[in-house]
Ligand binder design. Sequence first.
Ligand SMILES: Cc1cc2nc3c(=O)[nH]c(=O)nc-3n(C[C@H](O)[C@H](O)[C@H](O)COP(=O)(O)OP(=O)(O)OC[C@H]3O[C@@H](n4cnc5c(N)ncnc54)[C@H](O)[C@@H]3O)c2cc1C
Length: 527
Amino acid sequence: MTLETPTVEMHPQRWGDPAAASDLPESARGLVELAFGLRDRPAVTGATPPAVALDDALLEGLRALVGAEHVLVDDETRTLRTRGKSTPDLLRARSGDLSDAPDAVVRPDGHVEVVAVLAWAAEHRVAVVPFGGGTCVTGGLAARRDGFAGLVSLDLVRMKRLLAVDDVSMSVTLQPGLRGPEAEALLAGHGLTLGHYPQSFDHASIGGFAATRSSGQSSAGYGRFDAMVVGLTAATPTGSLDLGSSPANAAGPDLRQLLLGSEGAFGVITSVTVRVRRAPAVTTYDGWRWPSFDAGSDAMRTLAQAGLLPTVIRLSDETETAINLADPTSIGGTDDPGCLMITGYEGTAEQVDARREAVSAVLTGLGGTALGEEPGRKWVQGRFDAPYLRDSLLDHGVLVETLETATFWSNRARLHDDVKEALQAALGEGSLVLCHVSHVYETGCSLYFTVAASQADDPLAQWQTAKAAASDAIIAAGATITHHHAIGTDHKPWFAQEIGEVGVRVLRAVKAELDPVGILNPGVLIP
Ligand SMILES: Cc1cc2nc3c(=O)[nH]c(=O)nc-3n(C[C@H](O)[C@H](O)[C@H](O)COP(=O)(O)OP(=O)(O)OC[C@H]3O[C@@H](n4cnc5c(N)ncnc54)[C@H](O)[C@@H]3O)c2cc1C
């Protein structure tokens, strides 16, 4: 089954659907002006990408493989396939820097055409950047081009089919170019859901979820994306891989794991078979107030270790709680808003009632104050809006960016304090550092930080300094450089420290075997 609706292209210099872009809400203007000052930072318009480096003979070769209409070299299409959507990506785009634009955008339809394009690229030393939804935030779409005859964006937008449904085993096979809502729409026709809702859901793709080991906001109930994958096919320059012949096995190391998180450096994922669930009949969200971040985190740990997690659970620290609430005193009815936790339940009415009752009893027993459904409703309504707000803040001279990490419960408080301190010290007085626990496991959790600061003259350098300080603090605290945003180019130095010299050699050896010419995403992932 396939979809006929055209994919919504994101704005080249902003997040998301251009039709949904908005200015800073009037209600927030006063607060933002007070905290950071308001200065207009208009984006440069009219910039064009560098001249196409591939000559006609090479382009003709590509056209023969996928059809002339699927090899695009116009400025607009190349601009739309330049980098991802991190704040540094947006700052570069806003400054008119299109130096990372591909020479051509190639749109294969299916595994066989992908294999052919990779063979062509290896033969002619052309770098290939697989492109799913373009929501990457770690520089994973800005591959190196030196040493190559050119660079093409391998746009998977034509590969949007639901290939198979096995509703006995509760798994489906999807092509990689399906965006989050498109995949859910196809599954809804069968009464099924993936339950994978990252904040980038509207634009990110199935292949991208697999290639970056993404984690959605409902991960407590549905699991991380990599945990849903039971099988996949991938095209590499040296051949194809078809992995996942059983739900579980002991057939040596799990090669699926080599492709999951490989960020286009080992191969192009051309289909994934994922575990699905019945679409929930009921969804309910609640708010809880905690006197402190420690108390709320301990409650999350208790639930996780008791096997009693809701479908969604997240906890904002004191600063994030205060900032996120238009009226901080509205929570718990006191001047001290404490820390806001959101819990969400999905399933049949019986499942939701039973789980909600059991979780609520534990949370009440641990000192949480129930705030009813209103905070949960507000969170659900606004869960995909923050990236649009980032654009309006950038328009007005405020630097906004996020980063994330994960660690064991016993190290959670240290990690929170060290990263917060590093960011605050680097960004200086007046900056804001917010944090929430975004994903939880029996043994630990992920921490997600958001910063806001008045933009310096060079906001890119300002952020890079702060990000390096935070990354150093993360590694010094023994945590991971990324829980779900992946490595890209930005995290490589810290990734190398995390996996050590032998780990780096293993990755280089796999790369050399699967991609001996090194055409796939050069400079991405492999330290
Ligand atoms: C506002 C915002 C919010 C976000 N929220 C979340 C979140 O809640 N959770 C989360 O996990 N992430 C989040 N992200 C990060 C991003 O959305 C994820 O990494 C997502 O999985 C990327 O998917 P994509 O389709 O956009 O991939 P792309 O950006 O197109 O590609 C990402 C990387 O994977 C490679 N790639 C893409 N498709 C394939 C393929 N089929 N085969 C091989 N390689 C491929 C690319 O070359 C690139 O290196 C967010 C990003 C933004 C901008």
